[in-house]
Write a protein that binds this ligand. Structure first.
Ligand code: GAP
Length: 497
């Protein structure tokens, strides 16, 4: 992760927000290359999810909505994470990410150890237990640790569990519900009547506008409403770079189906669609897995949720959630607003509230997955035959921030630079391209490898004096071949969109 974070900063993908003031935890800025990569992810999703499907339409709803939306949806009362305070250090932890275990020697609990959730939680707890036994000179057989998180701690255990900040017990509080919505005030008055929220998900926009979309007459069940936009959550522990932040971007789609439709089949189809889409933007199938939420942990209205998980460097984590939400949301808004959210069934001549399947994914999480999967360091031989390290981002041409780099072989030969500029301007009309005439050609290739540019084209004397073809150098294979302008356009056309 440190390597990826360093590359992001060095090459202008991602910066810390407000960096000159020390940064703001959980907020990030996207730099010149990052903004292109992010836009490409969004565009691919929008094209595939909305434009290329006849059964999905798009909308864009406001970030601040009527506060009653969030009461009806259940967010005001229930959008909480369990929070544990350390009274000594003033640190705050998410209770379900703070693990502990009794230290048991010869069947007796002699103390407790704690560790924050990581790939090595159990190992860290075991090491802490062994260290504690050694330090206190306790004799006897140490039993393997049994990790539980703080939501599972019994009242009498809480005072005995050490705070990760101080290493001492006695300062942790019992978990309490912490609402993650950011509050603001709308209008000139700042009192309870003006409280509003920054949306914690884009989904409610689709439910609240459901009737508006139906009434425009373009849709018939089954159909989806999709939206891309910013969401805000006051996460207790933003972490893992852009994986969990406080301001992030979601791409969500609500797929409305008949109340009698086979929801399970539809759910499966969307899981498969989402998985294939991730592969289409360059994520290797080997890094993807499915996690079905256990029935007992589902919200009462939910029929099933499956997460597509991605193998990040910090562990296998949720990338895309696909939930079958029944007709809970539309039902809630119908009751709260007094406006029926029904559809008329021509076959049965009855009205009903449609059910919904919801694929919901974060743009930033895809961004991070794409970078992690694409990053590679290789040993290669330079033009002089010396071994050197090559850093390469093997990004799919669909999302690569720069599609083609145009490189005149020499910068002081006007014939070459003019031809290169002409090609550059032509390519620029379609997508982001880069013109680079400075430095040895090998160095210029490396610069492009590091930012994931799939193709470099070099304009040389043969280009201007002979048949107009130029050298195309492929990022992954590093192979070079002669190619005409028409072939270059056809190649990029085929793979970019
Ligand atoms: N409408 C359903 C919903 O919002 P969610 O699982 O809370 O469900 C959906 O969020 C997706 O949004 C997640 O799978 C993840 O990709 C992304 N996401 C959620 N919280 C995030 C955060 N704090 N930072 C970055 N992405 C986040």
């Amino acid at each position: 992760m440190e390597t990826i974070v360093a590359l992001c900063k060095r090459r202008g993908f991602i910066f810390q927000s407000s960096e000159i003031y020390g940064g703001l935890n959980g907020f990030f800025d996207y730099g010149p290359l990052g903004v292109e990569l992010k836009k490409n992810i969004r565009d691919c999703w929008w094209n595939d999810m909305v434009r290329r499907r006849d059964d999905v339409v798009g909308i864009e709803t406001s970030i601040i909505m009527h506060p009653k939306v969030w009461q009806a949806s259940g967010h005001v009362d229930g959008f909480t994470d369990p929070l544990v305070d350390c009274k000594a250090s003033k640190q705050r932890y998410r209770a379900d990410q703070l693990f502990f275990s009794p230290v048991v020697v010869d069947g007796t609990v002699v103390a407790y150890v704690s560790a924050l959730e990581s790939e090595r939680t159990t190992a860290e707890l075991q090491e802490a237990a062994e260290a504690l036994k050694r330090k206190r000179g306790i004799q006897g057989k140490l039993e393997p640790v049994q990790p539980r998180d703080m939501t599972e701690a019994k009242a009498e255990e809480i005072a005995l569990i050490p705070s990760p900040a101080t290493g001492e017990p006695g300062s942790l509080t019992p978990p309490r519900a912490f609402n993650m919505m950011f509050e603001t005030n709308v209008g000139a008055l700042r009192d309870a009547s003006s409280v509003a929220y920054l949306r914690p998900e884009t989904a409610q926009g689709m439910f609240v506008d459901f009737k508006n979309v139906v009434d425009t007459g373009r849709v018939k069940l089954p159909f989806g409403i999709a939206q891309i936009g910013k969401s805000f959550r006051n996460e207790i522990t933003p972490r893992n770079f852009i994986f969990r932040s406080r301001e992030f971007e979601q791409m969500e789609m609500e797929y409305f189906i008949h109340e009698d439709a086979d929801w399970s089949k539809c759910h499966q189809e969307w899981i498969e669609w989402c998985k294939q889409w991730l592969i289409s933007v360059g994520l290797p199938e080997s890094h993807l897995s499915l996690y079905a939420h256990p029935k007992e942990k589902l919200a009462f209205y939910s029929k099933g949720t499956v997460d597509i998980m991605f193998k990040y460097p910090f562990g296998v984590q949720e990338l895309w959630g696909i939930a079958a939400r029944g007709n809970y949301d539309l039902g809630q808004h119908a009751t709260a607003s007094g406006k029926p959210q029904e559809i008329f069934d021509e076959a049965t001549k009855k009205k009903f509230v449609p059910h919904v399947i919801e694929p919901a994914v974060g743009v930033d999480r895809i961004f991070l997955a794409v970078l992690c999967a694409g990053y590679a360091e290789e040993e290669v031989t330079d033009e002089k035959g010396n071994a050197e390290k090559r850093v390469v981002l093997r990004l799919s041409p669909r999302v690569a921030p720069v599609k083609v780099a145009v490189l005149p072989l020499l910068k002081n030969k006007e014939a070459l630079t003019q031809r290169a500029q002409a090609l550059y301007r032509k390519l620029q009309r379609r997508y982001a391209v880069f013109y680079d005439e400075s430095g040895a050609i090998g160095r210029r290739y490396r610069r492009q490898d590091e930012i994931g540019t799939p193709w470099c084209v070099t304009i040389d004397f043969d280009t201007v004096e002979k048949d107009g073809t130029f050298t195309l150098r492929e990022r992954d294979s590093m192979q070079q071949r002669r190619i005409s302008e028409a072939e270059l356009f056809a190649l990029s056309e085929e793979t970019v969109y």
